[in-house]
Ligand binder design. Structure first.
Ligand SMILES: [Zn+2]
Length: 208
């Protein structure tokens, strides 16, 4: 039950791998704990890279988290007294995650999400496009391009033979890249078809 005078909110911290998203999530959650607000943290059960019940960042900051298999499980597990809900690796959740976080915010809860905005092809990752749209606040943070040292907003998969969207790994599989150094695959079929049509219609107009 929301107390009068309090309103919920949805914050998203997104960016490529190695950008410090999880550190930022943990920083916000620890500040809420210092303010004596009841905090609960969830993560998808798929992400067991470091430790089963902890959210651990690359810089080894950690905070206890509850692994869940579906987004609806989060609703079932949030206590009435909880004021802040953190969700890490939110890109791995099903599309219902948007409904779940809006429900929590309506209950007066501050919801803080952390996740990859783009997959290794530079496309919106799972439910992220929706979450970014419904959020009250979005922080898109950048890593450093491993090739040129510029700001990096892309996650580059080193072995292009793996084409599935979800392939959990670390520096063995991925590195952060700037836009120029992530354009490994070129334009995909949809993009090529779009620009073929565009070029045809442009040459027709120009021949009038
Ligand atoms: Zn670069």
């Amino acid at each position: 039950m929301a107390m009068s005078g309090t309103s919920g909110s949805i914050e998203v911290v997104c960016g490529p791998m190695f950008s410090g998203k999880t550190e930022e999530l943990i920083r916000r959650l620890k500040r809420a704990q210092i303010a004596r607000q009841k905090v609960q943290i969830f993560k998808p059960a798929i992400d067991n890279r470091y430790h089963d019940t902890e959210v651990v960042s690359h810089s080894s900051l950690s905070i206890s988290a509850m692994p869940v298999n579906t987004s609806i499980e989060i609703l079932q597990k949030v206590f009435d007294s909880t004021r802040v809900v953190g969700i890490d690796e939110v890109q791995f959740f099903d599309d219902n995650i948007s409904l779940v976080v809006e429900k929590l915010a309506r209950r007066g809860i501050r919801v803080i999400l952390s996740g990859l905005d783009q997959d290794f092809m530079g496309k919106p990752f799972g439910p992220m496009a929706n979450l970014l749209a419904i959020a009250d606040q979005v922080d898109k943070i950048q890593a450093i391009c491993t090739v040129c040292g510029a700001a990096a907003s892309k996650t580059f998969r080193k072995n292009p033979k793996h084409t599935e969207q979800v392939l959990v790994g670390e520096t063995d599989l991925y590195e952060a890249r700037c836009r120029a150094h992530a354009d490994f695959f070129g334009e995909d079929d949809d993009q090529l078809a779009f620009f073929v049509n565009f070029n045809e219609s442009r040459s027709k107009t120009q021949n009038l």
